[in-house]
Design a protein around this ligand. Structure first.
Ligand code: FAD
Length: 206
């Protein structure tokens, strides 16, 4: 990935691009990989550094959206768990399983979260990151030594994924380049050019 060559490529006004992606966060980089891998002439421009926006401020969890399970959105959770599994399978050096423990201070919380997270496990199928487990108070304290102990009834242990967003972003940018696309940072789209009332290009500012 050579920045000078990339600048040269985007400066050539005669080049016709099939796909222009504005913004090199998680969404833009992923979109550019998809476009370039389908053989589209792809260019991505990012006004600061790759993934410097919202993508660097996230919790970096590759999760199946456990809160959507509570809302009954099973198909969304199933799809997100599948994507989570693929991410950990395809990039084990960038994403890994992370163990969470929910402490329970009321007895009903143990079966409530236990059954919910059991369903979460089942929905992940073969791409499960590890089974969830109901914990006794002493097992919960072992995992969470600073937990409030006086009212503790137990806990639930479950797994989700955690990823390195900076390295993932860099890897996606390199992948776009390997696929023949152009990615360039510190180039801002300042406006659009139009032909016959339709957007035909952009005005970059550097
Ligand atoms: C507190 C918090 C926690 C989160 N936790 C998680 C989590 O654990 N797991 C998860 O999956 N998601 C999480 N998210 C959601 C996730 O961070 C976002 O969905 C994701 O980062 C959005 O990426 P993006 O590429 O759409 O946006 P951004 O990362 O903001 O990227 C947009 C990019 O566009 C660039 N840009 C803007 N205008 C221009 C222009 N004119 N020219 C060129 N470039 C431009 C910006 O510089 C920026 O880099 C969290 C979000 C927040 C706020």
């Amino acid at each position: 990935m050579d920045r000078n060559l990339a600048i040269q490529a985007i400066s050539d006004r005669s080049t016709v691009w099939d796909c222009l992606v504005i913004g090199g966060g998680a969404t833009g980089l992923g979109t550019a990989v998809e476009a370039a891998s389908r053989g589209l002439r792809t260019v991505l421009v990012e006004k600061t550094d790759f993934a410097k926006g919202t993508s660097s401020r996230a919790t970096k969890l590759a999760h199946g959206g456990v809160r959507y399970l509570e809302q009954g959105n099973i198909s969304l959770v199933r799809e997100a768990l599948h994507e989570r599994g693929l991410m950990l399978k395809n990039a084990p050096h960038l994403a890994h399983p992370l163990n969470f423990v929910i402490p329970a201070f009321r007895l009903w919380e143990i079966p409530f979260y236990g059954i919910g997270l059991g369903i979460y496990d089942l929905l992940s199928g073969k791409l499960s990151l590890g089974r969830s487990k109901m914990l006794s108070p002493s097992e919960t304290i072992k995992k969470l030594p600073t937990v409030e102990q006086s009212r503790l009834r137990g806990g639930i242990s479950y797994f989700d994924g955690h990823f390195d967003e900076a390295r993932l972003a860099t890897t996606l940018a390199l992948t776009v380049s390997d696929l023949g696309g152009v990615v360039v940072n510190y180039v801002e789209v300042a406006g659009f050019t139009k032909k016959n009332d339709k957007v035909s290009g952009v005005n970059p500012s550097r």
